[in-house]
Write a protein that binds this ligand. Structure first.
Ligand SMILES: Cc1ncc(C[n+]2csc(CCOP(=O)(O)OP(=O)(O)O)c2C)c(N)n1
Ligand SMILES: [Mg+2]
Length: 444
């Protein structure tokens, strides 16, 4: 009786060079032709199309309606008052760790206030605050390994701060001075740190997403017990690159956590104008990716979700999507005035009623780890730390304009040398228009 094995042998005899090295059917099971036919016949009533995981046929025409399913629930651990809601969900972090989280969140908040004002006073060119999103940064960063690779958007300063980027380094970057590792070539807040595995931020939205999938593929091939974490906003999720990234990650089974900060706005576009579906988490299912929605203002919920996602990503080598719901309390950037498109009451609600910092502080107070005196002393201390770094950065010179031409080629090509000379002559000729005293001199 003919069998699949016989067929394989026959096929191999037709194309020996290909089939002898690469058998097409690896199963050792054999089917007789008659049982194979029977099996086909039995399965005839089930869809067999290769492109879908369809459960069965339907005999009446029915469309899937967007409101057919209830919305995806939001996972939380802490109530707004800072109480643990279910004891078995308590991450049981010790006092030092929780206080460290609180200090990172509040330091970033203070740094934001000072750098925002500094831009308003014309001392730096641009700034983006993180107000209201501190829980998403610190909760996720605290659940990762320092070796995990971070691909950020631009509003994730807390992740970098948690990893050990110093206040001086933040300030040097925003001031674009000689101490800035990026040599003043980037806009403020476009941080990067090779040492801390934080890829340099780039402004075009969502470009970090396919890069993150690619980096995760590289980690997988290298067999490392690490993952990639890719932060992006609700607005960036509308970019084509987001689709490419999610689909590549799903089909290549790579260890990447896609962490969406859904803060309600993409500059002035509210989420209800951005999409019609149930947020970003609902898209994960479509890509075949594990997904969860968390309360981003609950630092413990973010911590638990990220820790579990990291486990899944690494142990099962697959992507995970986290949608952290939060609210952008500040303007989009210093180039924006959000009073033009949202009410003060709306902002006030999130600032006063559901803020990640006050929620964590309430928890710490309920544990007797924090009180009003500690708060007062810490606020003075952190402000001093930020001010010191700010003053130092402001006093440092800006890099030599020669840096504009350097580091692209191993040896500067002739045409760049000519442009460099031209710029030197121009600045010399119109020196009254250039504040040369705050720059290091041109190099020859
Ligand atoms: C490709 C591209 N298109 C448009 C912009 C302009 N832009 C900068 S930020 C932004 C909104 C992004 O919103 P979201 O992803 O929700 O992040 P959020 O600012 O809320 O943190 C836009 C449209 C850009 N930087 N890149
Ligand atoms: Mg947004």
């Amino acid at each position: 009786m003919a069998s699949i094995r016989h067929f394989c042998r026959f096929a191999r005899s037709l194309k020996p060079s290909y089939y002898s090295s690469k058998p097409i059917i690896q199963s050792t099971r054999t089917f007789s032709v008659t049982s194979w036919h029977r099996q086909l016949y039995e399965e005839e009533e089930k869809p067999q199309f290769p492109g879908a995981k369809s459960a069965g046929y339907m005999k009446k025409l029915e469309f899937i309606k967007p409101n057919q399913y209830d919305g995806i629930p939001t996972y939380r651990v802490l109530s707004r008052k800072g109480e643990i809601l279910e004891a078995d969900q308590d991450p049981n972090l010790d006092e030092d760790y929780v206080v460290r989280m609180y200090k990172a969140m509040t330091t970033m908040n203070t740094m934001d206030k000072i750098l925002y004002e500094s831009q308003r006073q014309g001392r730096i060119s641009f700034y983006m605050t993180n107000f209201g999103e501190e829980g998403t940064h610190v909760g996720s960063a605290a659940a990762l390994d320092g070796g995990d690779l971070v691909f950020g958007q631009y509003r994730e300063a807390g992740v970098l701060m948690w990893r050990g980027f110093k206040l001086d380094q933040f300030m040097n970057q925003c001031y674009g001075n000689t101490l800035d590792v990026g040599k003043g070539r980037q806009m403020p807040v476009h941080y990067g740190s090779q040492e801390l595995n934080f890829y340099t931020i780039s402004s075009p939205l969502a470009t970090q997403m396919p890069q993150a999938s690619g980096a995760a593929y590289a980690l997988k091939r290298a067999g490392k017990d690490l993952c990639v974490v890719c932060y992006f906003g609700d607005g960036a999720a509308s970019e084509g690159d987001a689709h490419a990234a999610l689909n590549f990650a799903a089909t290549l089974d790579v260890p990447v956590i896609f962490f969406c900060r859904n803060n309600g706005y993409a500059i002035s576009t509210p989420t209800h104008e951005q999409y019609r579906g149930d947020g970003i988490a609902s898209r994960g299912h479509g890509y075949g990716i594990y997904s969860v929605r968390v309360d981003g203002n609950d630092v413990f919920a973010v911590y638990n979700a990220t820790k579990a996602a990291r486990n899944i990503a690494i142990k099962e080598s697959r992507p995970v999507l986290i949608e952290a719901m939060t609210y952008r309390i500040g303007h989009h950037s210093t180039s924006d005035d959000s009073s033009a498109y949202r009410s003060v009451d709306e902002v006030h609600y999130w600032d006063k009623q559901d803020h990640p910092i006050s929620r964590l502080r309430n928890y710490m107070m309920s544990q007797d780890w924090w009180d009003a005196d500690k708060e007062k002393a810490w606020m003075v201390e952190t402000r001093e730390n930020v001010m010191q770094a700010f003053q130092k950065a402001e006093k440092s010179l800006k890099p030599s304009p020669t840096e504009l031409f350097a580091d692209v080629y191993d040896e500067m090509p002739k045409r760049l040398q000519q442009q460099h000379e031209e710029m030197k002559r121009h600045v010399e000729q119109y020196k009254e228009y250039y504040p040369s005293e705050i720059y290091e001199p041109f190099r020859s």
